[in-house]
Design a protein around this ligand. Structure first.
Ligand code: PGA
Length: 245
């Protein structure tokens, strides 16, 4: 399976940051993995133009579940598709915790993304206390079942496993912890959609960096990564991409 490496810029990036996309274009021309950059909404259209002629696709960090309507401040999946986005992250833990997004609302957003022709990157992950209680696998597989709509298939969905305690903290789970959770997600996907569940990419995210990327990407059922902090600098992000092949 071709690995998928996604950079999530979060609320970082002004026009000058588009230079990172230019740099990335030059540095990744021989990469075999699929590369996606998710800048803030304001840069999506320009980022799409800058990435033209390269293998870098542009994605968004969120979308609304409805196509149109009285939702002040929100952006629909259709609007994102119109300005060139091909992917959208839904249910990132920062949105689940800051905006009380639930599995149900995440599934509705993913469904809207699919209807607009976008690939959804559905995020799941346990908290530190849930892991301490031995509930990581139970929590994560439940999130997968509830957050993935029936429209989810390998051509329009990736799952990102991001332990909440690993995001932006410098902490990473052990190889066997990642292996166990990814295996459980794979099993859940196959139960859910049948054989196509084997082709849905499962990304790891949380403090991925050049120094740990190769070992994480070599774990079974790790089909790529979702990278926050280390995606902001083209040189770091490129090293991670190189580790993905
Ligand atoms: P991090 O963030 O790589 O900075 O830990 C990952 C994410 O939030 O997607």
């Amino acid at each position: 399976m071709r690995k998928l490496v996604v950079g999530n810029w979060k609320m970082n990036g002004l026009a000058a940051s588009l230079a990172e996309i230019e740099a990335l274009k030059g540095l990744t021309s021989s990469a075999t993995c699929e590369i996606v950059v998710c800048p803030p909404f304001t840069l999506i259209e320009r980022a799409t133009a800058r990435s033209h002629g390269s293998s870098i696709a542009i994605g968004a960090q969120d979308c609304h579940s409805e196509a149109t309507g009285a939702y002040t401040g929100d952006v629909s999946a259709q609007m994102l598709a119109e300005i060139g986005a091909r992917f959208v992250i839904v249910g990132h833990s920062e949105r689940r915790s800051t905006y009380q997004e639930t599995d149900m609302s995440v599934a509705a957003k993913a469904r809207a993304a699919h209807a607009a022709g976008l690939t959804s990157i559905i995020c799941v992950g346990e908290t530190q206390s849930e892991r301490d209680l031995g509930k990581a696998i139970e929590i994560v597989t439940r999130q997968v079942i509830r957050s993935m709509p029936t429209s989810g298939a390998s051509e329009n969905t990736a799952i990102a496993y991001e332990p909440r305690w690993a995001i932006g903290s410098g902490l990473v789970p052990s190889i066997s912890q990642v292996e166990d959770v990814h295996a459980a997600i794979r099993e859940t996907l196959v139960e859910r959609v049948g054989a196509d569940g084997r082709a849905i990419r499962i990304l790891y995210g949380g403090s991925l960096k050049p120094s740990n990327a190769a070992s994480i990407f070599s774990i079974e059922n790790v089909d790529g990564g979702l990278i926050g902090g280390a995606s902001l600098k083209a040189s770091d992000f490129t090293a991670i991409i190189a580790a993905a092949g």
